[in-house]
Design a protein around this ligand. Sequence first.
Ligand code: HMG
Ligand code: MG
Length: 299
Amino acid sequence: TLPQRVRLVEMAPRDGLQNEPGEVVATDIKIELIERLARAGLTHIEATSFVSPKWVPQMGDAREVMAGLQRAPNVTYSALTPNLKGLENALEARVSQVAVFAAASEAFSKKNINCSIDESLARFEPMMARAFDAKVRVRGYVSCVLGCPYEGEITPRQVARVAKALYEMGCFEVSLGDTIGVGTPLAARRMIDEVARVVPVEHLAAHFHDTYGMAIANLFAVLEQGVAVIDASTGGLGGCPYAKGASGNVAMEDVLYLLEGLGIETGVDLAAVVETGEWISGKLGRESASRVARAMSAR
Ligand code: HMG
Ligand code: MG
């Protein structure tokens, strides 16, 4: 059965912009994007990453983005933190939530965060304690849940092992990333079946990239399993710098249109999101990747 309400987590400022080729997007544009998204009704926005600027230059202004933001009282502004150094910087910048990120694939873990899966999990343990002290909640990501750009097939069991470890160390939610968008609905369902045995489904989020155009179909499949948190990116912005050829997260506009059609509440204003997607796509000099946005703008 479908959930009555879905919580949406906006990815454009982080997952969207981290992969932007060429010039670094200006800090004031990032800030305006986040503020517009909040005005559209998005209550959880991943704003930036406190990662090494040598690895991801686009996120090098994390501190300035957080400092420049006019924060809305009901909005959670989260940031990725790969290690203690990133966590300390994020806390200093007064983020409302942080996220650690692991992978179900060894090769991807090495490429993305320069350590093995187990090394990453060990690295997160002291971060959990520090975040707990600071009263900041920690989200956990697992990448490559439906396939890896380096290793190919990934089994549901590999995903469940990492998801369980993150949940047991204290992540309040585990977001399952189809990093390269290769999944199909039954594969997504089998993966959730296995993971939900070790992490209750109400603590799972779907983070699907739309590289092969399957994200909406996959989301419908896992909504029916009770997944009620969806990560999406306005304008379909993004990708992962360590997953060649990966395109953006599923577009927020497309997800909103799907959920409206299913009669599922989100509290988000589709028209305002479409407008924001058009605005940021214009700033980046491209057409929106969202089919819904293009259709609605053409009307
Ligand atoms: P490393 O080179 O092994 O780390 O990188 P290190 O500890 O040896 O440090 C190297 C240098 O970076 C040092 O500077 C550190 O001070 C600095 P130097 O002494 O050379 O001047 N440094 C930092 N600076 C700022 N903030 C920090 C930080 N840490 C170290 N936090 C590291 C290891 C994890 C740092 C690196 O690999 C990294 O930053 N990786 C991040 C990669 C990334 O952001 N990927 C994209 C996000 S994940 C994603 O998109 C997937 C997701 O969307 C889900 C999905 O779709 O699957 C979440
Ligand atoms: Mg992602």
